[in-house]
Design a protein around this ligand. Structure first.
Ligand code: NAD
Ligand code: DAU
Length: 352
């Protein structure tokens, strides 16, 4: 493994992963291939370009377009693809599923075809815990059935199945990681943690869905990057690995914690109409990746603390996004008129 193509590398996790690889492996070259949708941002890679310009290249392109994908592989002598490129926000998938099916399913197929044609050393798919669907009790193992319930998770599940099929049918050497909710630097402020932190900094309401007692595993992005690195180098070819802290937190508890860290009042919490088909709980069994020697180094609480600090210190990054026309229009469409009457979540007596 020497020349890695990181698709979706201008997004949140992909940019953290590109930086991680270049810092860790002085012999590796990285080409980021990214369409630069609303979620892609070259500011995420500014320091990478400056520090590693001789081993880093950027190509703007769509993973659904076979020709530029092939050209990039040839021109950069790519031996490994790590695919982060996707439409990733569940609420947008409920509004407009079209792009999710195209990029997450067809785009993955296009990359797999290229991996097959060029006989690449490895194709790694960055997947999600959401493919297991709502988990009322216990924790999902990699062998559990895949029961996605949103257009986003259904598209990601379709991609996982295609990756598996290319391994079985054509012998493409694949690996898959299924990550929990990542948080940390450079996450687009539509996802709940950066949205709530940045709204709270500006004393704006935090739109908490339903009763806020949905359960998530908020996981630090650099721990996720370490896990992908390990699976790339030591994972079983053809295998899938869950990645998270293996612990749980309600959205209400997460919200209260970040308000406490920022010294802001709980009266900022604004309960709003719940997400359609909202998965109440995800929970991952992380035994398989632990057996490979990986451990999360941040708890959910530590991940939230570091993330809050980063957004406080890096307003240069998120302010232009939030004041942009695309963001403002999305925000209106997603949240206008969604407020719920009645007792606020702060008055909610149930345990968070
Ligand atoms: P993101 O939305 O921040 O970034 C996605 C990137 O993909 C952007 O740079 C975008 O420009 C690019 N992209 C989108 N469509 C493309 C296309 N057709 N061709 C090329 N590039 C395209 O996403 P993220 O949160 O960094 O997630 C990265 C991957 O990790 C996704 O596959 C996602 O499903 C998965 N994942 C995310 C999380 C999470 O909590 N964020 C957790 C588990 C798994
Ligand atoms: O679990 C991994 C997944 O985590 C990734 O695969 C997805 O790409 C990523 O977007 C994320 O999905 P979620 O739907 O869990 O993340 P989101 O930040 O949108 O929401 C987290 C929780 O917070 C969820 O229960 C919904 C709730 N929420 C979200 C938003 C945006 C709110 O209460 N209010 C909000 O405004």
């Amino acid at each position: 493994m020497r020349n890695l193509m990181i698709t979706g590398g201008a997004g949140f996790i992909g940019s953290n992963f590109a930086r991680h690889l270049l810092e860790r492996y002085p012999g590796y070259r990285v080409v980021v291939y990214d369409k630069l949708t609303y979620a892609g941002n070259l500011d995420n890679l500014k320091d990478v370009e400056e520090a590693f310009g001789d081993r880093y290249a950027f190509v703007r392109g769509d993973i659904c377009d076979a020709q530029p994908v092939r050209r990039t592989i040839q021109e950069h002598d790519v031996d490994t693809i790590v695919n982060f490129a996707a439409e990733t926000h569940v609420d947008r998938s409920i509004m407009e599923p079209d792009a999710f099916v195209k990029t997450d399913v067809y785009g993955t197929y296009t990359l797999l075809e290229a991996a097959r044609e060029f006989d690449l050393e490895r194709y790694h798919q960055v997947s999600t815990d959401e493919i297991y669907g709502h988990v009322p009790e216990g924790s999902s193992k990699e062998t559990d059935p895949i029961v996605p319930r949103s257009p986003y998770s259904a598209s990601k599940a379709g991609a996982d199945l295609m990756v598996h099929a290319y391994h079985i049918t054509y012998g493409v050497p694949v690996t898959i990681t299924r990550g929990a909710n990542n948080i940390g630097p450079y996450q687009y402020p539509e996802k709940v943690v950066p949205l709530f932190v940045t709204n709270a900094i500006d004393d704006q309401p935090l739109p908490l869905y339903g009763d806020g007692l949905q359960v998530r595993d908020y996981h630090y992005v650099l721990d996720h990057c370490e896990a992908i690195d390990l699976v790339l180098h030591q994972g079983e070819v053809g295998g899938a690995y869950n990645v998270g802290t293996g612990t749980e937190m309600t959205n209400l508890a997460m919200t209260r914690m970040l308000l406490r860290l920022l010294g802001k009042p709980e009266s900022l919490i604004q309960p709003v109409r719940d997400r359609a088909g909202h998965d109440r709980r995800y929970s991952l069994d992380i035994g398989r990746i632990r057996a490979l020697g990986w451990e999360p180094t941040h708890s959910c609480e530590e991940a939230i603390e570091k993330t809050v600090r980063w957004y406080v210190d890096n307003a240069w990054w998120w302010r232009p996004i939030k004041s942009g026309e695309h963001y403002q229009e999305y925000y209106r469409k997603q949240y206008a008129g969604r407020e719920l009457e009645g007792p606020s979540a702060t008055g909610n007596k149930r345990e968070a």
